[in-house]
Design a protein around this ligand. Structure first.
Ligand code: T5A
Length: 206
């Protein structure tokens, strides 16, 4: 694949996205790609301010959550993602719109139709070329996240919430098999990274 690609990383809490970001950057750079690594919510000064509100303390309604992540996303697309892709860089983003379907749609049970309308409004048809979904049983991810230390607002939900998030992600993968590739991230880091390397090689070969 010669054009610049937009790659997103998804998964439940503690699934291993952030751990593998630098590995992915390294794999792409070895192939001579220029890489921009970013994250959501966040990625711009405004987006990082929204992230602090989003993950901070206090009640936030499901619809407000959704509007916050899409407000951050709109700015992120205009200021970072679209210009980077236009300049030929590969963009690797830690979470994107699938997280809205999984967390706000699956977890909070906001109507998927509402999410789809915002997606249409904000993304101008842009979708990731590849999404790597790090999937692990909820208890595995939660135990890993807990070992890492203090929890934020989104890490303080009950197990049922994260089960709904996981199911929503797996359904997205089932409906988008070409774009979303599922990696079993309950395996050792070595196995997970071997899978990622294999996946990226198949992308370069296409
Ligand atoms: N959100 C986001 C929404 O609700 N809607 C949206 O639209 C968007 C974009 C912040 C929150 O925002 C929500 C979802 C999130 O709750 P985030 O910054 O990505 O998103 O935060 P988290 O999901 O909380 O990120 P985590 O850091 O918890 O998960 P990661 O990045 O998947 O996990 P990672 O890599 O930090 O790993 C966790 C621990 O496990 C170990 C690591 O060393 C680390 O200690 N680990 C492994 N251990 C053994 N074997 C392996 N294979 C391992 N892989 C990792």
């Amino acid at each position: 694949m010669s054009k610049a690609c937009f790659i997103t990383l998804e998964g439940g809490e503690g699934a291993g996205k952030t751990t593998n970001l630098e590995f992915i950057r390294d794999q792409l750079e070895r192939q001579g790609k220029r890489v921009v690594v970013t994250r959501e919510p966040g990625g711009t000064p405004l987006g990082e301010n929204i992230r602090a509100i989003f993950l901070g303390e206090g009640e936030i309604s499901p619809e407000t959550e959704l509007l916050l992540v899409f407000a951050a996303r709109a700015q992120h697309l205009r200021d970072v993602i679209e210009p980077a892709l236009a300049a030929g860089a590969w963009v690797v983003c830690d979470r994107f719109t699938d997280a809205s379907y999984a967390y706000q749609g699956g977890g909070r049970q906001v109507s998927p139709e509402l999410i789809r309308r915002l997606e249409e409004m904000v993304q101008n048809g842009l979708k990731p070329d590849l999404t790597i979904l790090f999937d692990a049983p909820v208890e595995v991810g939660m135990a890993r996240a807990k070992r890492r230390g203090a929890s934020d607002r989104m890490e303080s939900e009950d197990v049922e919430f994260y089960e709904r998030v996981r199911i929503a992600y797996l359904q997205l993968a089932e409906h988008n098999p070409k774009r979303i590739k599922v990696i079993d991230s309950s395996r050792s880091l070595q196995d997970v990274q071997a899978n990622i390397a294999h996946l990226l090689l198949s992308l370069f070969g296409s």
